[in-house]
Design a protein around this ligand. Structure first.
Ligand code: GLA
Length: 391
């Protein structure tokens, strides 16, 4: 779907009046090809920015008032708040994301000396796990940076987004989603080492294949508390390993080293979590090598192995995404398929030969409906650029 920015502009003027120019911006959602739950374990990730995301229009005000409106939450109307009241609250719903970014700017010494009117519109399906919140955070950061003239790099905007999500929204996420939204590059995935934020762009040249995202259309509750539990379990495993080996993160270990030292982790659950983090990091490194040498078959096999590890060891998959992956593995022409993102529902990502795309969609749609009663959705996606101004 293409979004008409002029229509957003008209809506902005209808809501807030025509006086003064408003500027338009976009920040994308992301899909992670491989490297799941490694970003808070000092490992590698391999996400790419999508062409869907969040649009934002902004105009500064002369007072300290903030007016926020989302075309995705029309019923909530215009939400008014003030720069002097940047505290999270359940009632504030989605506005906790932009407010959190403003709070983080202030905390970091980027003083916002006037209020603003903002309109948002997002075309990422709600609850799909394609990082609508990270895109909203990065977008807000970019709009503030430009409106107030701060000198902040795109990487720092990603870090501001993560800080805000951790400390204002209470979700202890890693850096992957905000980094992909801020730093994405058309037709490339980002090979990011989360231990030091070194990154390289890897062209995703799939001459005979497409990337398909399948939305399970389920989102199990308590996602953020289950996510935070995984993070705590990984940290407990790291602490246990540090009693026998000198490492800073789980990403420092090879598979062989993990096997050598794993008995130091007495809790079997924590041991499984650490196994996933170590093996998934190595899989990600191998997957990027495979892509570089055009070994797409190997790339696909590593994607499948990632799903199995998330299903059995990290336990962030769920029945519905397991069904989608298992169905995909049976379709001829599917090179790889796995759950993507934080988990407990959301989407799978599959690499599918071009000639099999229709068969893939038809087969999964029908069989998933039969097994779960739920209608899945499919997006044959392109890889887009990171956050940017639109005019
Ligand atoms: C969520 C988080 C990311 C990352 C993924 C899992 O999307 O926001 O930081 O941890 O889950 O890979």
């Amino acid at each position: 779907m293409t979004v008409n920015v002029n229509e957003l502009r008209e809506k902005f003027e209808e809501l807030y009046g025509k006086d003064g120019d408003c500027k338009a911006y976009f920040a994308p959602g992301r899909v992670n090809l491989i490297g799941e739950h490694t970003d808070y374990n000092g490992g590698h990730v391999f996400p790419c920015a999508l062409t869907i995301g969040t649009y934002g229009l902004i105009r500064p005000r002369q007072d300290r008032m903030i007016r926020l409106y989302s075309m995705n939450f029309k019923d909530m109307g215009i939400i008014e708040t003030s720069l002097d009241d940047l505290t999270p609250s359940e009632a504030a719903g989605w506005t906790n994301y932009p407010k959190g970014i403003m709070w983080t700017f202030e905390k970091r010494g980027y003083h916002l000396d006037k209020g603003m009117d903002i309109l948002f519109y997002g075309d990422i399906p709600a609850g799909s796990g394609l990082s609508s919140s990270a895109s909203l955070e990065v977008l807000t950061g970019l709009m503030l940076r430009d409106t107030f003239g701060f000198d902040i790099s795109m990487v720092d905007l990603a870090l501001i987004g993560q800080y805000s999500e951790n400390n204002f929204n209470g979700m202890n996420c890693g850096i992957m989603d905000q980094f992909a939204s801020a730093m994405g590059k058309k037709d490339c995935a980002i090979f990011l080492d989360t231990s030091n934020l070194h990154y390289e762009y890897a062209p995703v040249k799939l001459p005979d294949a497409r990337i398909i995202i399948t939305n399970s259309n389920v989102k199990h509750s308590l996602v953020s508390s289950a996510y935070n539990d995984r993070r705590n379990e990984s940290e407990a495993a790291l602490k246990a390993l540090q009693t026998v080996v000198n490492i800073e993160t789980l990403g420092d270990l090879t598979e062989e080293q993990f096997e050598q030292y794993k008995d130091a982790i007495k809790d079997p659950i924590c041991q499984k979590r650490a196994k996933h983090a170590v093996y998934e990091n190595q899989r990600t490194i191998h997957a990027v090598e495979a892509l570089r040498t055009n070994d797409i078959e190997k790339f696909g096999k590593l994607i499948n192995a990632s799903h199995i590890s998330l299903r059995d060891d990290y336990e962030t998959s769920c029945e519905e995404t397991d069904i989608l992956a298992a169905l995909a593995w049976e379709v001829p022409g599917v090179l790889g398929s796995r759950i993507t993102g934080g988990g407990f529902g959301g989407c799978t990502v599959s690499i599918v030969k071009k000639e099999s795309v229709d068969l893939f969609i038809q087969t999964l749609e029908k069989a998933y409906k039969e097994k779960t009663g739920i209608q899945a959705e499919f997006y044959v996606v392109d890889i887009g650029d990171g956050a940017h101004a639109l005019d």
